[in-house]
Structure formats: structure tokens, C-alpha cells
Design a protein around this ligand. Structure first.
Ligand code: GAL
Length: 419
């Protein structure tokens, strides 16, 4: 699959849409995002092509850096200097923080005309509103609690794909003996935190996760269960390679793609990398729930907040962007590349692979069972200041040989209070 194929398809879908709505205004849309890795870039390109086909010009404001920490820093300085882009990848509680600054625009006109209220799961729609008004448009649902496995590497090592943490460490030992890096891990704060939240969910269970990492309950943050979570998390480090510190997530996924490493704990944007490399699930790679989390789902919904603009043509382009993001054709095209599933309900998933189908089923099932939880590592669960402070504590614990679980838990309680 190459980029040319995608943009041609995007182009024809979008051209048809543009002809249907007779779009006559050409504006510019400047969009801030951090989608620069293989699958991510293809997904972003599909968006650009769709907007261009509607007659608008696309100003790409990509700030590299998985998880978006750098993108958010750049965005703040642009907005402070009075030069906000038309749209920016902002999600979760941060949407409310930006809305309170009074810089976002109201998207109710598009949302009403296109019936977003009836097309989005209720809790997701609520998260995209401030004081009852839409301020952002969503594109997808990523599942974070995945384990990506190279079956060839497992076969060589005689290892069994794990569903529990004891099985995970047994597989890691076998892979190590076979000379394969057991766990591909990129040592960056947000990647440490991504691994940590899956361990917390798997070792502690859904109720523990909610109490500790959504409600930030001090007693749960400093409990025997949290000690077990931290110790399990730290044990993983012994199965990572010496080049792990600082490595980008996509280069880390590439180790699993090549069979140099056996497994990686990462959200399903990693699937975008496997697919962009021409790999097929069930054959070249496996997607399984992170150990102990089969009945749970950590969700991460990417959305674009829209800023107040002055130029009428650019406002029209911005409205077209909001409408495009939620359109059925775009939700399909984008998510096939991104590794996620459509956030718009009721779409046909025939073109999606087994991992996406499993994700969609589990998303629905966990929404009913109570196993659906927001990802703290990806900005869906707590205010951004507390998230950043907790993330730092987790990385300090991961990186230091001296840090103890007891000290770390005390620091977690303090970090949870940061606002
Ligand atoms: C997440 C984001 C995903 C993916 C990932 C790695 O926070 O929601 O879309 O881009 O970071 O960059």
C-alpha cells in the first residue's frame, strides 16, 4: 500500500462529496497534529486530501513527537501570541481547559445539521461539549490496552502468547533465552506511562484503575495493590534492550515487525505501523489484550478542537473540516490507516481487520459491563497538570535503580493534587 493509492481513493471519495454539496468557498485550514509516523502520516494525508478536494488549501502544522507533548507546547505558544490554527488535536479534559480560555469556537451548527448527538456514544459526545455546546469533532476510538506480538519470534522461542502477567514473564524469559529482545519499549515518559496504565488495569482490575487513575483516590494510590502494580511494571524493564531510552514508539514497533523483539505494549496506532509495513493480523502479527485486561478497554478518542477565526472563507473551511471528520466515508478511510475504529456508531466494518473488529466488539461489551475506562496516559482521564505530574513520577520510578515503591506511592499522592 502506498501513499499515492490512499490519496487517490481519498480524492475520489472527497470529490464526490464536494460535488454533492456544491462547495464553492475556498478557504485555508491550518491543522495542528502530531501524526508523523508511518500509519499516522497516511491517516493525516487522507484528511488533507479530502479537504483539498473540497477546494480548500491545507496548511499542515505537524509537530513530531508521539503522545503529543511537544505539539501541545507549540500550540500554547501559538495561541498565546494570538495566532491560533483553525484546528488542533486536543482531547479529553484538556478540551474543557482550552474552552475555559475562551479561544474555541462553537460547532453546534455543524453538529445539529449532521445529528452528532444521535451518532456518538453519549459519554463521548459529552466530552466534546463545553457548557452543552460542541467545541470539538472526534475522529476515532483507539484502544490502549493491547499487546502486539510477533508470532515467528514466539515460535522460535517456544513461547506461548500471554493472557496473564505470570504468562507474560514466562514468555519474556523464553524469548530472552532465544536471543530475542523480549519487550520492545521506547523509554519516553508517555510510553512508560502507557505501559504503566496497562499494568495497573491488568494487575489491579477495572475498579482499582478507576479509583487510582481516574478518581485519583489517595488511599488507592498508596495501597498494597499499587505496590504490586509498581513492582510488576518495574519487572518489565529487565526484559527491555539497552537502546530503549528515548526511542520513538514507531521505531520500537518496527523491532516487533522485524522479529527483533517479541512483543510491545502499545495502543492500536501501533497497528497502523504494521499495516503500513504491509503486515496482516493473524499471520504476520497478533493483537491480544494486555495481560489480565481482556474484559476491559482503555479508550483514547482523538478529536480536533476548533479555534475562533475571523476570515469568512477560513471559517467555511473549518466547518467543512468538522463535517468531514465525522462523515462515514472519511471515518472509514482514516481509521483503516490509523489502526483505530470509527467513533461514529452504526458504520459497516467489513473492510476492517480482525483487530479492529475485536476492538469494536470489546468497546461495545465493556461499555455495558463497566470495563470501559479512559486512558490516563493519553489525556482522557484527569486534568492535564495532574496527568503530567503523575507521568513524571512513573518515569522516575522506571528510570531509577534507587526509587522504591513506597516513596513512589507517596509522590503519586502529591502529584495527583497538582492543578
Ligand atoms: C496518542 C494519539 C494517537 C497516536 C499516539 C502516538 O496520544 O491519541 O492518535 O498518535 O498518541 O503518537
Amino acid at each position: 500500500m502506498n501513499a499515492f493509492k490512499i490519496s487517490r481513493r481519498a480524492l475520489s471519495v472527497a470529490l464526490a462529496a464536494a460535488t454533492l454539496c456544491g462547495s464553492a468557498f475556498a478557504g485555508e485550514v491550518e491543522v495542528l497534529h502530531w501524526w508523523t509516523a508511518g500509519g499516522e502520516a497516511k491517516a493525516a494525508q487522507a484528511l488533507a486530501a479530502t479537504l483539498k478536494a473540497k477546494g480548500h488549501s491545507w496548511k499542515d502544522f505537524a509537530v513530531a513527537g508521539g503522545g503529543g507533548d511537544s505539539a501541545m507546547t507549540v500550540l500554547k505558544s501559538r495561541v498565546v501570541s494570538g495566532n491560533a490554527p483553525a484546528a488542533a488535536q486536543i482531547k479529553g479534559p484538556s478540551l474543557q481547559e482550552w474552552a475555559k480560555e475562551g479561544v474555541l469556537t462553537n460547532l453546534d451548527d455543524v453538529a445539529k445539521a449532521e445529528k452528532w448527538d444521535s451518532l456518538l456514544p453519549g459519554p463521548i459526545a459529552n466530552g466534546l461539549k463545553h457548557k452543552g455546546h460542541y467545541i470539538a469533532a472526534p475522529v476515532n476510538v483507539h484502544r490502549v490496552n493491547w499487546l502486539w506480538v510477533n508470532p515467528e519470534a514466539f515460535k522460535k522461542a517456544g513461547a506461548k502468547v500471554p493472557t496473564t502477567w505470570p504468562e507474560f514473564f514466562a514468555a519474556a524469559e523464553a524469548l530472552k533465552k532465544a536471543g530475542i529482545v523480549p519487550v520492545a519499549h521506547g523509554g519516553q515518559n508517555w510510553q512508560d506511562f502507557t505501559t504503566f496504565e496497562s499494568v495497573a488495569l491488568g494487575v489491579g482490575g477495572t475498579e482499582f484503575y478507576k479509583k487510582a487513575l481516574v478518581q485519583l483516590d489517595p488511599a488507592t494510590l498508596q495501597s498494597a495493590k499499587m505496590k504490586e502494580v509498581l513492582e510488576t511494571f518495574k519487572k518489565i524493564k529487565g526484559y527491555t534492550d539497552k537502546n530503549s531510552p528515548g526511542r520513538d514508539w514507531n521505531l520500537t514497533t518496527a523491532m516487533v515487525i522485524r522479529g527483533e523483539a517479541g512483543m510491545q505494549l502499545m495502543g492500536d496506532w501501533a497497528k497502523g505501523e504494521f499495516v503500513a509495513a504491509g503486515k496482516t493480523p493473524g499471520k504476520d502479527f497478533e493483537c491480544v489484550a494486555a495481560p489480565g485486561t481482556a474484559k476491559a478497554f482503555t479508550y483514547n478518542v482523538d478529536s480536533f478542537a476548533m479555534f475562533q477565526l475571523k476570515n469568512a472563507d477560513n471559517i467555511k473551511a473549518q466547518r467543512d473540516l468538522a463535517s468531514t471528520l465525522m462523515s462515514p466515508a472519511f471515518q472509514e478511510l482514516f481509521n483503516l490507516n490509523k489502526g483505530s475504529i470509527p467513533v461514529r456508531t452504526g458504520l459497516n466494518l467489513d473492510k476492517f481487520d480482525a483487530c479492529a473488529k475485536a476492538s469494536a466488539k470489546d468497546f461495545g461489551d465493556t461499555a455495558k459491563s463497566g470495563g470501559l475506562v479512559p486512558s490516563i496516559a493519553h489525556g482522557m482521564a484527569v486534568p492535564s497538570a495532574a496527568q503530567g505530574a503523575i507521568q513524571d513520577v512513573i518515569s522516575q520510578f522506571w528510570n531509577s535503580d534507587k526509587a522504591t515503591a513506597a516513596d513512589t506511592m507517596k509522590k503519586l499522592v502529591s502529584a495527583a493534587k497538582v492543578r
